[in-house]
Design a protein around this ligand. Sequence first.
Ligand SMILES: [Zn+2]
Ligand SMILES: [Zn+2]
Length: 1016
Amino acid sequence: MLEEEILSYWQDRDVLHKTMERMASGQPFVFCEGPPTTRNRPHMGDALPRAVKDAFLRYQIMNGRKIVPYIAGWDCHGLPVEIEVERALALKTKAEIESYGIAEFNALCRERVVRFKAEWEQMSHRIGYWLDYDNAYMTMSNEYIESVWWAVKQLHSKGMLTRGRHVAAYCYRCGTTLSSHEVALGFKETEDRSVIARFRVSDLDASILSYTVSPWTLVANTFLAVRRDWEYAVVEVDGERYILGRAHALRLLPGARVVETLSGESLLGKDYEPLFEFAKCGGNAFKIVHSDEVPEADGTGVMQISPAYATADYDIALDEGSEIFDPVDDSGRFTSAIPELKGQVAGDSDAEVIRLLESAGHLFKWELIHHSYPFCWRCDTPLIYRPMDAWIVAASSARDRMRELNDAIRWIPSSYKRGRFGNFVNEAKDWVVSRARYWGTPLPIWRCASGHELCVGSMEELNQHSVDPVPADIDLHRPYVDTIHLRCPECGDSMTREEYVLDCWFDSGCAPFAQYHYPFENMEEFDVHRAVDFISESADQTRGWFYTQHVLATLLFDSPAFKSVLVMGQVYDDKGRKMCSSEGAGVDPDEVFSSVGADASRLFLLSSPVWQGVEFSRENIRLTMVRTLTTLLNVYAFFAANSNRVNYRGESLTRKTHDLDVWIISRLNMTVVESRRAFEALEVHRAVRAIISFVDDLSNWYLRRSRKRFFQVADPEDRFSAFSTLHECLTTISKTMAPVTPFLAEGLYKSLRGPLDSVHIETYPVAEREAINRSLESQMSLVRQAVEAGRLARQKAGVKLRQPLEEAVIAAGEDGMWVLRRYERMIADELNVKRLECIESRESMIEYALTPNLRALGPRLKESAAEVAKLMEMIDGSEMVRHLAASGKIRIGGFDIFEEDVIVVEKEKPGYSHASIGAVHVYVSTAVRSKLKLEGLSREVVRRIQHMRKEMGLEFGEPIIVEYVTNPEVEQAISAYETNILRDTNASSLTSRPSVDGGRMWAINKMPFEVSVRRP
Ligand SMILES: [Zn+2]
Ligand SMILES: [Zn+2]
């Protein structure tokens, strides 16, 4: 069945709902769907997380667990959506958006989200990610927003959410701030300028040198910081005197004359001259202060302080009671406070500022540097830091508790707990959650003219405080919510909403409870299922969704948001680029699924550890399909074609006696054991690998070796055993594979007439421990190893497998020898040899050649060395090696010769070709005597005839009449092996003719063989 047919089968039979019914009474397995943002079409990189989550959920369902809640979720808000709409409308600034109209703009954002949500649903449907999509949570719904408001109010009433002026990372293109975890998303290596500026200290008749990697911020410099406990040096260079850290002076100006040493303490409080005339700043500015932040490793030991553009600098200005000089506007450009630079983008003005420094005589030196700098993760604009009014969650105060709660979380891979995630928690910063934007959850805080604040935590409160009645069908988004005014409970004045929306990461961080519309509905549902058992998203959520959930769960509930988390790697395209729709490097999933299939894609993606990055490759997916899925379907096709013939109807047989049956059933049960272990350990790739290797064993060994048993008439019981074994393997593997390849598993299960509507409402197989026979498994794996090595040995000699050979000798150690002897007939048959010998040591199959080691012999035997060497070459090498190995020395020409005196070279025994795999060494005799050659030719004849039978679509057992024309050699082979040929091809006659009508011309070893095959 094609995947599309399976999809409609599921639809027609309403299988998803049947699954939900089945799990209704199960023990809960709490899940939370990490909501994808639906601003663009999904690409192949988006498919991996969905396949992974689906596999785990299906596995839990088949184990009788009830997934709660089993619903999809969509992240609808945020700047990424706005940016797409801005692009579509060619709007460049916030002013342009506002003149376009916030209502119209937001309507387009909503429309875009809904449109792409449909595409995401389609992709999820096609890849078989089962969830309840009809009842999905959407972060833009009024219910979801109300839950987020509730969370905001909790934080506000605990004093954890406050309004303040803070220096924050700012994107001037987006016109809004970024939180620290958003900043962490966007670091890139970049080339910039660094500068050392000179600041004149008239008191000391010298200039202080200070280093910065953001030269443009020097325009707002108002302090210099030193460390009070450090030593500073006054050095003289070209008649000028400079002050800098003593240690730094040695590094930066080696050889400069130190005139004087000063303590950092003695510099404190000294005034210096402002760099530029435009730098005007009231209060106590332009003096030297102390800071612990002055870097030791680089720079000059003096830090320049621009309070407007760095958090630590801002605090210094507050401590010193100085004003803040901030000549940058919201568009990131210099204001008229700097006439020379007015209108220029501040962050791009390094070169200009360096020129200004130079003309003012304040430049000491500048150079190009490479460093890591933060860019806006949404629009790739370099960020700057600037003072902003903002609403801030005091996350840093919960750092210790967040660390403690993280201890209870199981991270896969475990390194995340103390590594990437743990480190980030250890440095948790306060979280700026307000955004001066449009498409987001509105901040539910209203203020009156006297500065009283009211935070609204529900629709009910909104109604209660509203001046005018709130329309019942209100859209809570901007601009509608902005028109609502509240009556101030303290002074009775009208209150206006703070015009911010929330960081969209705040929305998604609320998902564990907001998806229930908690606490307005489903109170109990959430309270019972508060701790999520399992989430899984890609690694870039470490500082995104994983983190914001953890912050909010800590602050709101004082408990971890999730118990275990599986971190997935990124999907890269075939050029090694991270798949990302905004960069156009995505691959269209639809196109992949219709060409190679969703199952093959799932199997491929899940066959390596999901936390490693995976490189998408259509060719590898195709190979996965051919090697495993097509192979399995061929095994089924064999079963289906032949079970009808013997009226086998799926009956099972409990007692199996044939070695191959016992072996494959053991392998089947081990595969089930391994799959279960892998799923429980969240290491699905181990399950996939176990399944892949089982399918190989089933097709390429079990069926291959058992094929004749399915056709035999002599022993019907054995035939029945083979059918029932194969049936059991196919049925059980369909269930074992169901979570990974849901389509093929379903098709297989239905074809085998599984008793239920779907394999997905079956119970996941449980291994029968007593059916596992480890020693038989290891024996059979040794046999396969020997066969593999034997085939390699044949290949080396260039002898086709169809050509019978006289003999194979296998050396496999003492234990191996006994095992292989037990399977002699099977191995001889596989290797197509007349005789097989299994021995312990390969010694007798090796010949040695010896050459004298003149470097050792020369110094010891002096002039006799050449004569001894000549004698050695006359003795049989193998003889000598054996003798040396036995007694340690040998006597030649009156001298003792030791092992180190000879160089031993191993040689293949003449007449044999050899290959080894591990400790198994196989030697096949390569001489083809004429009788063997004729037999080989007869098999070539059989193969040609069988090929034609197959092309004619003949049923097994249908007789044929064969006529042929050929040369004397092939003729000789046919008459020598006529009986075999008649039997193997089920021919009733085999006749040589001078010519045949409608025959087909073949070449057998370059000899002509024209043959016609027909029904009698
Ligand atoms: Zn931006
Ligand atoms: Zn008031």
